[in-house]
Design a protein. Structure first.
Length: 232
């Protein structure tokens, strides 16, 4: 109850007095006050639920997604859960299509030797209907429920992609997503993943390092846990 009231107050501050919010965050010199789309998405996430991405990670996602604005192609996310990061992508994507892939019913099988403490069925407290409602105001958003990459087959062919966000936590899911998206990314397109630098999510770094070992691209770690790859 108290937390809810606090979240509403912070969201109000972000929307009405962004400069005060930024000073309160001790980043008063940052140009973030000019990024209306990011502030709108962040305020919404603060108001609705805490979400799984840190403030800095939300901003990275926003800035990286905005950086591909002039490239042709679609956006995609694998690992949507309740739509927290997808909301940032919706605000950032302009008129590009966004394809969202998740079971919308919890984690598939996990590999206990690679996936830390994750268990099948984790993140089951969501539904496709809930996320559709959460993102209802945004155009050209497409839902692909089921275990990826099998879930992608029904909607083939896809346009080339310019921005792919992965937040799947698991080694197998990350490897499958990299194998599926890599040949579908336009040159200069970005592959961004959550959790690369998080020691409690070891499968993501394993999958990225293994997949890119024989590729020309470099995996660049970001603060706090993300990594980004530019398709050459
Ligand atoms: C950490 S949550 C995503 C959080 C979300 N990005 C956010 O900002 O709140 C991880 C999600 O990955 C999904 N996931 C993992 N592997 C998957 C796969 N192979 N196919 C579909 N969904 C998968 C799970 O169902 C879960 O919803």
């Amino acid at each position: 109850m108290l937390q809810r009231a606090r979240n509403h107050l912070v969201a109000w501050l972000i929307e009405r007095h962004p400069r005060v919010f930024l000073r309160w965050k001790k980043i008063g010199k940052h140009r973030l006050g000019e990024e209306a789309g990011f502030l709108r998405a962040h305020a919404h996430l603060v108001r609705e639920f805490s979400g799984l991405q840190r403030f800095e990670e939300r901003y990275n996602l926003w800035a990286l997604a905005r950086s591909v604005a002039r490239l042709p192609g679609a956006f995609a996310e694998v690992g949507v859960y309740r739509g927290g990061s997808a909301r940032i992508l919706c605000e950032a994507k302009d008129a590009a299509p966004l394809h969202l892939f998740d079971t919308f019913g919890g984690m598939p099988d996990v590999d206990p030797t690679a996936d830390g403490a994750f268990r099948p069925g984790d993140f089951a407290d969501c539904s496709e209907a809930q996320v559709r409602a959460f993102l209802a105001g945004f155009a050209d958003v497409h839902f692909h429920p089921g275990i990826f990459p099998a879930s992608a087959a029904a909607a083939e062919p896809y346009p080339p992609f310019k921005f792919v966000h992965l937040d799947v936590d698991l080694r197998r899911s990350t490897l499958d997503a990299l194998a599926w998206f890599y040949p579908r990314l336009v040159r200069g397109g970005l592959l961004v993943s959550h959790d690369y630098g998080d020691v409690t999510v070891p499968g993501v770094k394993q999958a990225f390092d293994e997949f890119f070992a024989d590729k020309p691209e470099t995996v660049i770690p970001l603060w706090f846990s993300q990594a980004v790859v530019t398709k050459l």
